[in-house]
Ligand binder design. Structure first.
Ligand code: SF4
Length: 181
């Protein structure tokens, strides 16, 4: 009977042998002990509603498929609820590994447009979600100042946020044009 499982050839050039080391060194120290049991996928609330499969992501990371993992939208479907971490029989810090890979993705230029947009708002106003007219009105009706005592009303606080974003290199990351990726 023909094998119905589709098989993809993994080419050598797609493998980054240092990828797993970088994830492990950044804190996901038990990652290599994964036995591919699939518990993380089966308990994942995000996976119930999307095509996200935690086990598959971990497998690809272990294979060193850096570009495939870092460019994948799946990486951003985890809600960091930590259920996989609680259930993993190997006590792998699955969520930590995902956050580490997200950081690597952004450093390598893979940022979702929605995240870039929110980050630009943060740079511009000090809030990823700045106050809007509706919320100003609600504040007014509650007897509060229309503008909250945050970066919205403090130029110094806003300048501090912008300085932090500059010094950490985050500003450069969000302003860089990654369209060619
Ligand atoms: Fe690997 Fe843990 Fe997921 Fe099982 S639950 S596949 S051991 S990460």
């Amino acid at each position: 009977m023909p094998d119905k499982i589709s098989r993809e050839t993994i080419r050598n050039e797609a493998i980054d042998p240092d990828f797993v080391d970088r994830i492990v060194d950044a804190g996901a120290d038990r990652l290599r002990t994964c036995i591919q049991c699939g518990t993380c996928s089966s308990v994942c609330p995000s996976g119930r509603r999307t095509a996200f499969r935690t086990r598959e992501l971990i497998r690809k990371a272990l294979l060193g498929l850096k570009d495939e993992v870092l460019s994948s939208e799946d990486l951003w479907l985890c809600a960091t609820c930590l259920t996989c971490l609680e259930r993993c029989p190997r006590q792998i810090k699955v969520t930590d590994a995902i956050i580490i890979m997200r950081n690597m993705a952004v450093e390598e230029g893979y940022m979702l447009p929605q995240h870039r947009k929110a980050s630009l708002k943060l740079l511009e106003t000090g809030h990823a979600v700045p106050i809007d007219d509706a919320n100003r009105e609600i504040r007014k009706n509650l007897g509060l100042k229309e503008i909250p005592p945050t970066t919205h009303s403090s130029k110094k606080a806003l300048a501090d946020v912008q300085k932090i974003m500059e010094r950490t290199g985050f500003k450069k990351l969000i302003l860089e044009d990654k369209e060619e990726k």
